[in-house]
Ligand binder design. Structure first.
Ligand SMILES: Cc1cc2nc3c(=O)[nH]c(=O)nc-3n(C[C@H](O)[C@H](O)[C@H](O)COP(=O)(O)O)c2cc1C
Length: 337
């Protein structure tokens, strides 16, 4: 298996839903939601990629870092590298049915596990979306993190309890799906949550609670006040609100507010190991990959996901050596130019 065969197979199976562009930057697929693109003009997706491209690394080779340490502990989980599989749901409508929902979630959950890390699963208006994720998590003895839509609070708690019963080490809520019309149209209302509602969810669940879709220091502070265990700095890959900044732009401010008090994860536009290193330098504890793993899953199933993560691992290791960074849990901002 190599990257060209994965991309070639993915291109055929996507049937145009993803064009496998040389740089996955949201330009060709702008407005394609449902699909693989960003919402509206696609600006929020593009900003994610642009913000990382504008962030530059200092090349340093006069030092003793020969074998950088990529291993890390995130939410009590020992991972081979600070890279986690992002939740992606709605395969039929977003990927032209390139795979079934079950095949996709299995590829992400099992592929991440084979590569020494963990994956997340999604949620949506059809029960199949959440249930497929749970099936994949159960198949891996609980090694996966279900992400629930910001449904009515008691429903969030009910699904979080299902995740805990399946052995999941954590669950999350993509709070940035607060205005998702296809949920409301299907009679499953979603909406924003108050600090008290977040606190209520935290106090009525037993496993760590991740809030995904935080883009301001104020919201991050509110999550911390509510007792949330981790946040994902994310704009949902540019699919929630048009014209947000890129996540790499807001991450330093959010990290300044809450880093060390709670786990800070980030996603959006991360396309290489060097991008992972930039996000760590900007203040993240670990990152999530969305579309790069979707390409791996569609093009190569479980092995395709494992291949892409291993590619990121090799690139991250090289970028650490070439910036003199010994450990992923101690990445100084000074490696940025
Ligand atoms: C087709 C598609 C479906 C998605 N479905 C979900 C979902 O069900 N739950 C969720 O939390 N995020 C979902 N996301 C957002 C991803 O988890 C992640 O935040 C985003 O893809 C990261 O950006 P990247 O793709 O540029 O890496 C979805 C993204 C895409 C592209």
């Amino acid at each position: 298996m190599d990257i060209n065969s994965i991309k070639g197979a993915a291109k055929v199976k996507f049937c145009g839903a993803c064009r496998l562009c040389p740089v996955c930057n949201g330009v060709a697929c702008a407005g394609e939601v449902p699909g693989m693109g960003g919402l509206g003009t696609g600006a929020a997706f593009r900003h994610n990629v642009q913000a990382l491209a504008e962030c530059r690394l200092n090349l340093r080779t006069v030092h003793s870092v020969k074998n950088p340490d990529l291993s890390c502990r995130i939410l009590g989980l020992d991972l081979a590298l600070p890279v986690i599989g992002a939740a992606i749901g709605g395969i039929a409508m977003n990927m032209n049915g390139a795979m079934t929902e079950e095949e996709y979630t299995e590829a992400i959950i099992s592929g991440c596990r084979k590569a020494g890390t963990i994956g997340m699963t999604g949620d949506g208006p059809k029960p199949l979306i959440f249930d497929s994720g749970m099936t994949a998590v159960v198949r891996e003895q609980g090694w996966g993190i279900p992400i629930v839509k910001p449904r009515e609070t008691d429903k969030v708690i009910e699904l979080a309890k299902q995740a805990a019963a399946a052995g999941a080490p954590a669950f999350g809520m993509d709070i940035d799906a607060a205005a998702l019309v296809n949920m409301t149209n299907a009679g499953q209302p979603v909406g924003p949550k108050t600090i008290q509602e977040l606190e209520y969810i935290k106090n009525n669940t037993t496993i760590p609670f991740i809030v995904k879709g935080i883009m301001t220091p104020d919201d991050a502070e509110s999550c911390w006040q509510a007792g949330v265990d981790a946040i994902v700095v994310s704009n949902h890959g540019g699919r929630a609100l048009d014209h947000t900044p890129g996540t790499a732009e807001v991450l330093p401010y959010i990290a300044e507010a809450v880093k060390g008090k709670m786990t800070v994860l980030v996603d959006g536009g991360i396309r290489s190991g060097a991008d992972v290193l930039k996000m760590l330098a900007l203040g993240a504890d670990a990152v999530l990959l969305g579309r790069p793993l979707a390409i791996g899953a569609v093009g190569g199933g479980i092995d395709g996901v494992e291949f892409i993560i291993n590619k990121f691992k090799a690139e991250l290791s090289a970028a650490m050596t070439l910036t003199g960074t010994a450990q992923v849990n101690d990445v100084p901002v000074e490696i940025l130019w």
